[in-house]
Write a protein that binds this ligand. Structure first.
Ligand SMILES: [Mg+2]
Length: 333
């Protein structure tokens, strides 16, 4: 059964988008436009375009994972502004030969994301097209003193990162290497790539408390994303290699495969962790807020005068590519 067989209205009926309940004052899918009461705080808006062959391949990405991840990476951007996601719109183009089952799975993944992230699908559009293209727009609010941008950092600020780094990049490598993900650590790493967990509670708590001066989510890799924060804040940054948070799963698999874990943590990308800068006098408050949000954070460096990001290993500047073989855990033994 393909899209050609059911048509646009048949597809919308099958997806059940018109039969859903919404909070009072909201208008969901099926009318000319979606509506919701105006928020009392700053609106946060973000959108993302995913093109088959450019951002995903339907041969290697399941429609369900794609739908869930598309929402996850967008709500992660809302969290990175210190905001909380409320609703999203979905626009989908697909060739007429596309199996209806693929579209149902895609929306099934987005329905999982709605539950997981507390963000409701309120509308969108579908169309025929030469290739599969998915566009998401997420709307949220930043209920704090104001949105947390990339540009508010100052030299001397502490730099923190949530969770662990490099898992997603290693998970992707395992999936691409043949796809057989067998052991528990391998499954963990693959799921960190396929099903990222955006740090929504932490982002909203940091925003509400006005704890951080600058924030970004780690999508391009720690080095690049810290570079974005430093540049926007008009300063430089240093990162401490021995402080990078690595999962035990990443440590085990990189050791077994002879892969450099520090390189993955610095450059891997698609971690969807939060990276933020805060004044040193807020250190206790940072850890208290993180604990309240149920998310681990670690201080991994600081903002400094100058430009660019310098990696230090035990206090000494290094070209991080020379860190291959650097024993990340030497300090703890
Ligand atoms: Mg981002």
């Amino acid at each position: 059964l393909t899209l050609k067989d059911v048509g646009e209205f048949g597809l919308l009926r099958r997806l059940g988008l018109y039969d859903r309940a919404f909070p009072s004052g909201w208008v969901g899918p099926g009318d000319d436009a979606a509506c919701m009461p105006p928020p009392a705080y700053s609106l946060v808006l973000t959108s993302d375009l995913l093109v088959e062959g450019v951002h995903f391949r339907s041969t290697t990405t399941s429609a369900r994972d794609l739908g869930c991840k598309a929402v996850a990476v967008n709500v992660s951007d809302v969290a990175a502004m210190g905001g909380r996601p409320l609703a999203f719109l979905v626009a989908l183009a697909a060739p007429a030969e596309t199996p209806v089952g693929w579209v149902e799975e895609l929306y099934g993944g987005m329905a999982e994301a709605e539950k997981a992230f507390g963000c409701l699908l309120v509308g969108g559009d579908t169309s025929g097209g030469p290739t599969r293209v998915l566009s998401l727009t997420v709307l949220g609010v930043a209920p704090g003193p104001g949105p947390v941008t990339r540009g508010g950092g100052r030299p001397g600020d502490d730099v923190y990162v949530s969770g662990t780094l490099g898992d997603s990049a290693l998970g992707l490598r395992l999936l691409e290497a043949g796809g057989v993900v067998r052991t528990a650590p391998e499954r963990f790493l693959a799921s960190r790539h396929l099903r990222p967990s955006p740090r929504l509670a932490l982002g909203a708590a940091i925003g509400a408390g006005g704890v951080a001066r600058a924030m970004i989510d780690v999508s391009d890799g720690l080095l690049q994303d810290l570079g974005h924060v430093a540049r926007a804040s008009g300063c430089g940054a240093e990162l401490w290699a021995e402080r990078l948070p690595l999962s035990s799963e990443l440590v085990a698999v990189t050791a077994a495969e002879g892969i450099d874990p520090v390189g993955l943590a610095l450059e891997g990308g698609e971690d969807y962790e939060l990276l933020f800068a805060a004044e040193p006098l807020r250190r206790r408050e940072v850890f208290r807020v993180a604990q309240g949000a149920g998310t681990r954070v670690r201080r991994v460096g600081r903002l400094v005068e100058g430009v660019g990001v310098q990696v230090l290993a035990r206090g000494l500047p290094v070209a991080w590519r020379d860190l291959r073989g650097f024993d990340h855990f030497a300090r703890r033994r």
